[in-house]
Design a protein around this ligand. Structure first.
Ligand code: NOJ
Length: 430
């Protein structure tokens, strides 16, 4: 789970504002003008929620730390109460024999830093290093498993190019530097964790999507290749020490040019212990000259009349298997974890029961596909279901529900869905 999607308590105990607090105040940015202010109130209910994690049989709990709870101004003074909160969550996990698996950055940048340009500012490297050091020093004695960034392509493209996510910025002039600064912060975060945390297991997580050309026409194939670079290669290749993807793509050349004057190109890579993959759908692409720069557009699952979730995302476990295999082909990837996998289907809560058969079917197929990849030699050792509870799904507000546990946003009542019970049985070997 992610702090911004679950914790709520947006102004409690010294927490500073995040870019999602401010972005959600702008009319029309979030469906139903929903706000993350209360969310699932995990801040106050973490003990009960961790009991649910335990009851469902999970041995590992992934959660993220809220930067503005630790450093309300992004930099400067540390908020002791923020540190105390995560100490309590970590200790509670350990008490229940649950391994805490911590993400440093899951999209909730302190608003104070956004006022200085956020991810577009080259000082991000410095800001993020300080934040990472504080987390490593305070939690590293008990937290050994770390994810540096959650989906850098997600927050840079949606937040700094398309304006659909916080902070709502658009255009290449924001996107290019945000990419570069995220890549640098990712590697530096790894180095800091390595030096501070004894016996750390360090990774970072990437969104990925198998990209399929709509037809075999050369222009569709080329368009698909451009999107593949953006969706799958742009962040991992520099992290693995391969530099920016080397391709005949004017967009990338412009970016390299724009970033040439930038500092620390040599610091883009780090020897990650694992790579986290987060895959939700394959993407079918066709050439579209009207679209600026990328000249490509997606042919949605509904238009192709293939099975899809209520998010409109194609259901395709074979594609999940293929994308795992394709990331395994990078020589320097040693270990893969699926750090997110899940689906939004409209649930119905009736007489205290949520019979979410489609979600169960999803997990069955996707876990099977992962095992198939493992049997064929991929070193893949973990699968995180996304996600524990229905929560604040970014620009979708509260209507898109991915949880194994239904949460009523008004009453905060939790109801374990049948998919949750299904996991419990699976994990208990039934
Ligand atoms: C990726 C994000 O990391 C997560 O926060 C989000 O809820 C899921 N995708 C589903 O959209």
């Amino acid at each position: 789970m992610a702090a911004q999607q679950n914790e709520g308590a947006w102004n409690k105990d010294g927490r500073g504002l995040s870019i999602w607090d401010t972005f959600s105040r702008r009319k029309g940015k979030i469906k139903g003008n929903a706000k993350p202010s209360i969310a699932c109130d995990f801040y106050h209910r973490y003990k009960d929620d961790l009991l649910l994690v335990k009851a469902l049989g999970f041995k590992v709990f992934r959660f993220s730390i809220s930067w503005p709870r630790i450093l309300p101004e992004g930099t400067g003074k540390v908020n002791k109460e923020g540190i105390a909160f995560y100490n309590k969550v970590i200790d509670e996990c350990l008490k229940l024999d649950i391994i805490p698996f911590v993400t440093l950055y899951h999209w909730d940048l302190p608003h104070a830093l956004e006022k200085e340009g956020g991810w577009t500012n080259y000082r991000m490297l410095q800001w993020f290093s300080r934040y990472t050091t504080i987390c490593a020093e305070n939690f590293g004695d008990r937290v050994k498993n770390w994810i540096v960034l959650n989906e850098p392509m997600g927050f840079t493209s949606l937040g700094y190019m398309l304006g659909k996510h916080a902070p709502g910025k658009t255009g290449m002039k924001n996107f290019f530097p945000a990419i570069h600064n995220a890549i640098l912060a990712q590697a530096e975060g790894g180095r800091i964790l390595r030096s501070v945390v004894n016996k750390a297991f360090i990774g970072t997580s990437f969104s990925c999507s198998e990209v399929i050309p709509y037809s075999l026409k050369p222009e569709d194939v080329k368009a698909a290749n451009r999107i593949d670079i953006l969706m799958n290669r742009l962040f991992i290749e520099p992290a693995l020490g391969m530099g920016y993807p080397n391709a005949d793509f004017a967009f990338l050349q412009k970016m390299e040019f724009a970033n040439k004057g930038w500092k620390y190109m040599e610091r883009m890579s780090f020897d990650f212990d694992f790579i986290g993959l987060q895959n939700y759908f394959p993407t079918v692409i066709k050439h579209n000259p009207i679209i600026p720069v990328i000249q490509a557009s997606e042919v949605k699952a509904a238009a192709r009349k293939v099975p899809h979730t209520d998010m409109g995302w194609e259901l395709n476990a074979d594609s999940f298997y293929r994308i795992i295999k394709s990331f395994w082909e990078y020589d320097k990837v040693k270990n893969i974890l699926i750090t997110e996998s899940g689906a939004f289907f409209k649930d119905e809560l009736k007489d205290g029961i949520v019979n979410d058969e489609k979600r169960i079917d999803y997990f069955q197929q996707y876990i099977k596909a992962m095992h198939r990849a493992k049997k064929e030699g991929v070193n893949i050792n973990g699968y995180f279901a996304w996600t524990l509870m229905d929560n604040f799904e970014w620009a979708e507000g509260y209507h898109a529900k991915f949880g194994l546990i239904h949460v009523d946003p008004e009453t905060q009542l939790r109801t374990i869905k049948n998919s949750g019970y299904w996991f419990r049985d699976l994990l208990n070997g039934k």
